[in-house]
Design a binder for this molecule. Structure first.
Ligand SMILES: Nc1nc2c(ncn2[C@@H]2O[C@H](COP(=O)(O)OP(=O)(O)OP(=O)(O)O)[C@@H](O)[C@H]2O)c(=O)[nH]1
Ligand SMILES: [Mg+2]
Length: 147
């Protein structure tokens, strides 16, 4: 008999306007529409069943989140500055933290080495994606899910 037991994980996806939050969620959940209340995604990782409850919000971490993902736009320095403010305000000691930078165009206003250093200082994992990358959210969740 197969078990229906799931490990439940709550995920918050935060970031300023138009940084790529909905795009990120859509790489895993095709039917997700901008600012749905939340979306559920089941995945098996290393033989364990997980049920991810994924919330998009510009500024607010969903209570009891296990994973918090901060998104910014590498082509827009302002969005990086705002992301750092967000992380400061919402810092969740108990959660695994991911920082996702999207490069939407050729311009690179944010220095990648600076972001790497920042992520290290904040005990967060940094991910750098372009619109051509597939499976962005899957990659983030697989890594942040590790104990
Ligand atoms: N080049 C490129 N740009 C894209 C693509 N998909 C989305 N964008 C742009 O990337 C930006 C971010 O899109 P979203 O994912 O909707 O951003 P968001 O953070 O969810 O935005 P809000 O929900 O409005 O706060 C928008 O300006 C889109 O027009 C793509 O495949 N290629
Ligand atoms: Mg959105």
């Amino acid at each position: 008999m197969s078990t229906t037991y799931y490990n439940s994980k709550k995920v918050s996806v935060l970031g300023d306007k138009k940084v790529g939050k909905t795009f990120l969620i859509n790489t895993l959940c095709e039917n997700y529409k901008n600012n749905d209340i939340f979306i559920i995604k089941d995945m098996v990782i290393e033989d364990k069943k997980y049920r991810f409850e994924i919330w998009e919000n510009k500024y607010k971490v969903q209570r009891n989140s296990n994973i918090v993902i901060y998104v910014f736009n590498i082509s827009d320095l302002k969005s990086f500055v705002q992301m750092k403010d967000l992380l400061n305000i919402n810092y969740c000691k108990e959660a695994r933290i991911g920082i996702v930078g999207f490069k939407w165009n050729e311009r690179e206003e944010v220095n990648i080495d600076e972001v790497k250093k920042y992520a290290e200082d904040e005990n967060a994992k940094f991910f750098f994606f372009s619109p051509k990358d597939d499976d962005c959210l899957k990659k983030v969740l697989f890594l942040l899910n590790e104990e």
